[in-house]
Design a binder for this molecule. Sequence first.
Ligand code: AKG
Length: 307
Amino acid sequence: MKDLYPSRIKGMPSILERKDPIIHSSTKEDGPLKEKELDFYEENGYLFMPNFFSEEEVNVLQKELRRNMEENKQSSEPFVVRETGGEEIRSVFDVHNNDEFFHQLSSNERIVHIAQQLLGSQVYINQSRINFKPGFKGKDFYWHSDFETWHMEDGMPNMRAVSCSIILTDNYSYNGPLLLIPGSHRYFVQCVGETPENHFEQSLKMQNIGVPDHDSINWLLEKGGRIDSATGPAGSVLFFESNTMHGSNSNISPLPRSNVFFVFNSIENKLVDPFAKTSPRPEFIANRSNIRPIQPKKADFANKKIM
Ligand code: AKG
């Protein structure tokens, strides 16, 4: 398969034009998002929807977040990733497969229908994770395009995926919210360096390969004109395009910041062999077996009955 987005090259990086559509559905009446919301997503590479879930639903979401953290506290499962040199949990991966509540949440029709509209097809989840950023101790995530890594290390052929981040604790400007560069999804920043085998063992704690150089970030910022932050109350939802340049600061505030991420990929964009020519990353990071389209389901959180 032709590599449309070569990266991890030797020498000088360059910036390539995006070769894929941003919104993949053919008509703008294809789902729950209104034209104004689609236009915002197309222009900026993300869409933030405050108070998407009700107060009752948020109570359940937060209870389930605490339960998940408690259950994984002592875990030595590979899908539980801890901060370097500490015991704090940084991320719990694959929650749509290893946690019944988050499994149900991942097929919630309100979010799945939006993903289907943006991707113009049926969708499946190729990755999920809860990122915990405890007060005082939660560490940063350096600038990156998720697509660059998914392309190089997981073999995602095209930019036809979207991340849905459900805000599980209030995200303020000061507790490490996600930062995004508007418009950056239109450009693919080639990164420099070779991918080592088992790179994920290091990169899930702190990424060094597959990160953009400073000049490219400056260039994207000049073009986009600003950095936006995804701040809002628990229960808000952020959709961001697979190639939107993003990152987040560490959390030195006392207030925890935790969000769950579901990555929806088009069923027409299944993973192939990694373009970095390394072995595929483990299933808990990149689902590639038994792929079936999600059947969206109605949810009744308030009674914690998720059908
Ligand atoms: C990632 O997990 O790749 C992110 O960029 C998330 C950053 C965050 O949780 O602040």
